[in-house]
Design a protein. Structure first.
Length: 519
């Protein structure tokens, strides 16, 4: 084996694709990165093995490295297609049956390649060609060699899916998708050219130029990662969530320039097109309070604030959240700003105060206030086809607290739990003390795990609160959960009853755990 200028250049290409493989694997927790990293790993195997083949001096060594290289040649087109499935949001296409079907022909071709010494299906004949610039494998094509065009099919389908996706994404992600599609088209063009048998360089008539094209293709997607943050801002996640949110969402880069804004954000600004590239001082020139919040330093947790703004001559109120966006290395590359209008809630809260619908002890809604808010809330989620969750909480051992420490201490326990409930909930959630030691939280269920998250925060905050060294007694609460489905709507009272029954079952489980008693 002896390195030559061609094998060195090919090996350098392999090192470049290996770096891209490593880089994308570092981002493997985000959409599509794992499959793409594996795809690039197989390209790297192919290119490095081809470099070793070109550096070999004897036919036997060349044929050995040729077989190793075919591990990449036969598999990475299918891996690219799987990456496109995930990138374009077609995860349901990535089933075990489809994977087996897609890899069937590549596996058969690989078996034919590794048994080529016996059956000569890929190369009918081989010889050591020394007529060119460097020694290379000379060969005549075997009967199944044309089946190598199978790799053309996954590539074409992948490009078609990418272009379809491009036509239904915002401008920022159109550039991203275009770059990936063009990068994928280059190897297809070269593959057709290679399969025709044309030899533009007689001195290197058996050289496979795909190694250089695949490197360029990988670099193209790598550039998309760097320039358009492919694995930090996934367009599918954006379309499924941000684009359809009723909240305004703004994305700023590290220099406070606007790089994205959803339709709700544009409506807040009174615009039809996002002013991409403008500085925040220009974008929020009419929103002084919002601009002031953007200029504040944000720590690990999002910065939250309530702001007031005049819109069309009327007062409007908003909950705002400003979060840092960072990459896998912890380096901040921008900010995410979410603006949620709470004007109706603020006005309704004011009306509730006027109607004395608030609980005097805790400041939460009382039963009457909750019925007013809850009824309107269910009407809203039904109209918008949203799901909701109701959590019913009942404090354990309140009689013992009152008997042991007095009713004043009992009231203090109720107030303390109400404050814990407030700190565990979101600003959009409806909270109420239904009477005595019973509390309710009513929230929009944006995901299936919203109730789990709320309960986890409540229990975590309770545990921290109870761990204080000066506590006379722990606060314990039994929770019950009921879900509202707009497809099968039920009344507010029925929803409360379901959560109450769930809470009672939880209370019984606690009792059995303490005493071993049965119902």
């Amino acid at each position: 084996m002896q390195l030559n200028s061609v094998s060195i250049v090919v090996s350098l290409c392999g090192f470049m694709t290996a770096f891209i493989t490593w880089y994308t694997w570092r981002h493997r927790s985000t959409r599509g990165s794992q499959i793409f990293s594996v795809f690039m790993a197989f390209i790297t195997v192919y290119i490095l093995a081809y470099g070793m083949e070109l550096a070999s001096l004897d036919l036997q060594g060349m044929l050995f490295w040729s077989k190793i290289g075919y591990l990449g040649i036969f598999f990475f087109p299918t891996l690219f297609l799987l990456f496109v499935f995930q990138y374009t949001g077609r995860n349901n296409w990535i089933s075990l049956r489809n994977i087996l079907l897609l890899f069937l022909i590549p596996i058969l071709l690989l078996i034919a390649k590794f048994t080529d010494d016996v059956y000569h299906l890929v190369y009918s004949t081989t010889w050591l060609d020394t007529s060119g610039l460097i020694p290379m494998i000379g060969f005549t094509r075997g009967p199944i060699y044309p089946f190598a065009l199978y790799s053309f099919l996954p590539g074409v389908l992948g490009v078609i899916l990418l272009w379809q996706k491009r036509n239904h994404t915002p401008p920022l992600y159109q550039h991203q998708t275009t770059l990936i599609a063009v990068s994928a088209m280059l190897p297809l063009v070269v593959l057709i050219f290679y399969m025709t048998g044309l030899q533009p360089f007689p001195e290197l008539k058996y050289l496979d130029f795909n190694v250089f094209v695949y490197t360029l293709s990988g670099m193209g997607v790598g550039w998309a990662m760097y320039r358009y943050r492919l694995f930090d801002l996934a367009p599918i996640a954006r379309e499924a969530l941000i684009e359809r949110l009723s909240d305004g969402v703004f994305v700023l880069d590290a220099k406070a320039r606007l790089v994205d804004a959803n339709p709700a954000a544009l409506r807040l600004l009174g615009l039809t097109q996002p002013p991409i590239g403008q500085n925040a001082t220009q974008v929020f020139s009419t929103w002084k309070d919002l601009l002031n919040i953007c200029n504040l330093e944000v720590q690990v947790k999002p910065l939250k604030a309530e702001i007031h703004h005049e819109m069309n001559g009327k007062s409007a109120f908003f909950d705002t959240s400003v979060s840092n966006l960072s990459d896998g290395y912890g380096i901040n590359f921008g900010r995410l700003i979410v603006v949620h209008e709470i004007t109706e809630r603020k006005l309704l809260e004011e009306k509730l105060r006027e109607l004395s619908l608030l609980d005097e002890l805790t400041g939460l809604n009382n039963r009457r206030g909750f019925n007013v808010l809850g009824t309107q809330f269910l009407y809203m989620v039904k109209r918008m086809s949203l799901k909701a969750v109701l959590i019913f909480g009942d404090m354990d051992g309140m009689k013992k607290i009152n008997d042991t420490f007095g009713h004043g201490e009992g009231d203090q326990a109720l107030l303390e739990f109400a404050n814990l409930l407030l700190s565990s909930s979101r600003s959009s959630d409806i909270l109420a003390r239904m009477g005595g030691d019973e509390f309710i939280v009513l929230a929009v269920e944006t995901t299936e795990k919203v109730s789990d998250g709320l309960l986890a925060r409540m229990n975590s905050n309770l545990e921290i609160f109870n761990s204080q060294p000066d506590r006379k007694y722990p606060i314990s609460v039994s929770f019950g959960v009921a879900h509202y489905d707009p497809e099968q709507p039920i009344g507010l009272e029925e929803l409360i009853n379901q959560a109450d029954n769930s809470m009672y079952e939880e209370k019984q489980r606690k009792k059995q755990a303490r005493t071993g008693e049965k119902d």
